[in-house]
Design a protein around this ligand. Sequence first.
Ligand code: PLP
Length: 405
Amino acid sequence: MKSIEEIRADFPLLNKKVYNKDLVYFDNGATTQKPQCVIDAVNDVYLNYNSNIHRGVHRLSDLSSEAYENARKTVSSFINSAKHQEVIFTPGTTSSINALAFSFGERYIKSGDEIIVSYLEHHANIVPWQMMCERKGAVLKVIPVFDNGEIILEEYYKLLNSRTKLVSVTQVSNALGIILPVKQIIDAAHSADIPVLIDGAQGIQHGIVDVRKMNCDFYVFSGHKIYGPTGIGVLYGREKFLDELPPYQGGGDMVDKVTFEKTTYNELPFKFEAGTTNYAGAIGMGRALEYVTEIGRENILQMEHSLLQYAMEKLSAINDIIIYGKSDQKVSIISFLLKDIHQYDAGMILDKMGIAVRTGTHCAQPIMERFGIDGTIRASMCFYNTHEEVDKLVEGLLKVVEMFS
Ligand code: PLP
């Protein structure tokens, strides 16, 4: 097991200064920093074997195609999909959900059908479904939450009915850090034969994702939130659905035979990967997942749990702090406000101290409205953060309070 110093040395950006201060990076919910091995893997593509995949008969194309398909196998084993053909590469979570919303809508949705999401969703798991509902005359239903932000399962069960065609919920709330009871959500939907999509954008970084154990029908995530490059992500789908769903984009690589009269489509996963994909990104993401496996997912969870406990204790001791989303089921994301101080002011002052937090609605306006606020300060920590960094955040917040008092 690597020490925290060794882990931090793997991430070049963590050792940079901001305004001549040591960087404290607490915005891992937005994107994570990249270990050197991921940067090297992407550089290696461009330095040594860059070539378009699945197209050439030449050596370089073989090498890049093989590395790309190996990355798919790495993703497949990381999330434990039954087949690697069930892993579709996309530009990210948002693209994956939009793709599915289009294809699923075309294949299965008619007027009056219903899709269920929760109050905790990121806009990426709301708007594509609203667009699809508008196109198809379907209706979006929303699982309500308690005042602490946990979803009300009883109300969810009541929403399920014969018109429900899909349940699409996040694994972890990006705004509050609350972990949703996805197993119960999936089991209840399945008992009524309704498929479930899990938005794993935050879950993949803070959990041990096993799509077969979870028994979800679709799972989506972004590479950049799990120490991989930007512009690459995954749409996992159960084969039976991916076989039935129509492609959402046409073009190169997704076809079997093209004539002006009729085109037939390629087999899985290529049917859903039209055009030149971000193969360098996929290879980088594969390396990131290997890195996470090398550190150990259990170890990561333990380190993050310890950070969360420590930060909750320290932050709770600050006078006039209001913490949103207090729950036993939480990842290392804390959302809060300082009474009578606007979150942007606090965020800007912290920034000058070298502390990067996120402020605003976190692309989750409905849950902010549910709490009657226009945003929070969010500290999202991950395994490379330290208890000393939490102390710096607390010191910084105390200074902010002092400046405004
Ligand atoms: N879903 C959740 C829960 C998220 O936290 C995010 C990003 O913060 C997204 C979806 C969108 O991810 P991306 O911007 O990588 O497509």
